[in-house]
Design a protein around this ligand. Structure first.
Ligand code: MN
Length: 576
């Protein structure tokens, strides 16, 4: 796409908003300049990739800021320009979209299917803004379209990651078109022989069905108009290769048994007309039993709505029809992005409760979409906050572990395996050693160090956050000492700490101590000094309630560094 064509599309998309056109023009020129001289693996200018990504976002009918972020999505990672530069030129919102996309680029799937779901959640949790996910999907689509230029071993990894992470996310966000394209592109890398077989065998099948579709279209249109149903359009939808292949496997690889190889889509104005059109079809041609699906009354978990039926159509050919309103059609293709197009009036009836655990976050997403009425409000509510109480940390191999907020390396270790927890002797987070009580953050790569002789410590009970870790530690302690150890109460208010500092008193010592405490923003509840006899150390006793366990250790370390301090001891008693 050339700049002029690009700006023309932005203009029509934004309702001729001159500001949108201006910022998009500036972003185009900035990205072109920033990537100047860089080439893709295919040899073409890198900037083409930025344009392709933006083009997909235009097709998804997104707002100008998202499209700008699409153009700039690789600038911070791959050029000499920084997020600061983007912020300066395009504002904080666009910079944060680019930042999000850059961060998500670091999530790698290395192939543990069991944990792929966690990785998908982590992806959303780290995205924070749903538009970041849409940018990554558009980015990935073009990367898949140009995957043939990449080294074979990298091809496989990227294809697998697309199949396990990106396509399912597109599916759950209801973006059927991108999901289908991603899966088809992936198919040829993951199962090249099967893909080849399908392509060789399908051409004739498609041709034959296409001819048939052209023949029956006018017949259907005529029948609908007799009943005063005005079809906005009837089009033929060829089934995507990957989903067709999945289906063929279930039906002895027999094309004759696949009735939706090409399905006919009837798009009408209202829900009443949907049911009306269904009635017309069924009056004229016999439906196949068990093939009538009412996804309008009962939408699919990702929100998909349509009526499906399969009938013995003209010449007795078994043909699938999908009947939907224009709005449902856009939502099926664009998913969550369709909300930029529609306000809530004329909302179709929905009312199905989603009870599948694994889809619970999807339903949250849907609920949250429903709550938002206008598209402006929708834009302002794009924050992903339903994982607020969870964090996702990665093993060095790239598996994501789902943990509650505040979890520590010990929790992480026990969630991988109880033996790893039991023998945990240390931890590295993002390649740096941390205390075992360290609070993990989203996206941290955690390496657990183990020593065979190492055993769980009672102190661990004071900072672990998960019941799995609590229970395993108590179990091990009981085995070792033969006594039951009561579970520690949840401490939401913090840890009540009494700290004793033995020191040789000097002028300014108490001041130095309180300064260190203030630096860590800890509130002191009491501070007492017990004066000394000549050669005995003085004792300063501080009591405080400290929110985070690792802050206590930090404070103790800092205090030890003060001149004339000999020793720092502390006692933690839980606050009730
Ligand atoms: Mn990219």
């Amino acid at each position: 796409m050339e700049l002029n064509e690009f700006l023309k599309q932005i203009s029509s998309l934004s309702g001729d908003d001159p500001q949108a056109v201006d910022i998009c023009r500036r972003a185009w020129e900035f990205a072109q300049m920033a990537h100047n001289g860089q080439k893709r693996a295919s040899g073409e200018p890198y900037f083409n990739h930025c344009v392709k990504t933006a083009e997909t976002l235009i097709k998804m009918k997104l707002d100008a800021k998202t499209i700008v972020a699409g153009l700039l999505h690789d600038v911070a990672e791959d050029t000499k320009f920084t997020l600061q530069d983007i912020k300066k030129n395009f504002g904080a919102e666009i910079a944060s979209l680019v930042e999000g996309a850059t961060k998500l680029g670091k999530i790698k799937y290395r192939g543990d299917q069991q944990r792929a779901e966690n990785l998908r959640k982590m992806f959303l949790a780290m995205a924070k803004d749903i538009r970041v996910v849409l940018i990554k999907l558009a980015d990935r689509l073009h990367n898949m379209q140009t995957l043939q230029y990449v080294k074979p071993e990298k091809q496989k990894r990227i294809a697998l990651e697309t199949m396990e992470i990106y396509a399912p996310l597109a599916h759950r966000l209801g973006i059927g078109e991108i999901k289908g394209q991603l899966e088809d592109l992936t198919f040829q890398y993951l199962q090249p022989d099967q893909y080849k077989w399908l392509i060789e065998n399908i051409a004739e099948q498609y041709q034959e069905r296409e001819k048939y579709v052209e023949k029956i279209k006018p017949v259907i249109l005529q029948e609908l108009s007799k009943e005063n149903i005005n079809a906005i359009k009837i089009d033929a939808r060829a089934k995507h290769y990957w989903s067709l292949y999945q289906k063929l496997q279930k039906y002895d690889m027999n094309f004759e048994k696949i009735h939706d190889l090409i399905a006919l889509r009837i798009v009408v104005n209202t829900i009443e007309e949907c049911y009306g059109a269904l009635g017309v079809l069924h009056k004229l041609w016999r439906p196949l039993p068990g093939k009538i699906k009412d996804y309008i009354a009962l939408p699919k978990p990702n929100g998909y709505q349509s009526l499906h039926t399969t009938i013995f159509c003209v010449d007795g050919k078994i043909t699938e029809f999908q009947i939907r309103t224009a709005k449902m059609h856009d939502e099926a293709e664009l998913g969550i992005a369709a909300h930029w197009l529609y306000s809530e009036k004329g909302k179709p009836k929905t009312g199905v409760k989603l009870n599948e655990q694994k889809f619970s976050w999807v339903s949250q997403l849907r609920d949250w979409q429903k709550k938002v009425s206008g598209s402006q409000e929708f834009l302002e509510n794009l924050k992903i906050d339903f994982f607020n109480d969870r964090i996702f940390a990665l093993t060095p191999k790239g598996d994501a572990i789902d943990l509650p907020k505040g979890a520590t390396p010990i929790d992480f270790a026990y969630h991988i395996h109880s033996d790893i927890g039991d023998h945990c002797s240390g931890a590295k987070v993002n390649e740096k050693m941390v205390p075992l009580s360290h609070t993990l953050q989203n996206g941290d790569v955690v390496e657990i160090l183990i020593q065979k002789k190492h055993k769980p410590s009672r102190a661990w009970l004071e900072f672990v956050k998960t019941s799995i870790a609590q229970n395993r530690i108590r179990h091990s302690l009981k085995k070792e000492f033969g006594v039951e150890i009561a579970p520690i109460k949840k401490q939401s208010a913090g840890y009540h700490v009494e700290m004793k500092i033995s020191c040789q008193d000097r002028v300014g010592l108490v001041k130095d101590v309180s300064e260190e405490i203030q630096k860590l923003k800890i509130n002191i509840e009491s501070l007492n000094t017990v004066a000394n006899h000549k050669h005995d150390p003085a004792i300063i006793t501080i009591t405080s309630t400290i929110k985070e366990r690792n802050l206590i250790e930090k404070l103790a370390t800092k205090l030890k560094q003060i001149k004339n301090v000999y020793e720092v001891n502390y006692k933690i008693s839980s606050k009730d």
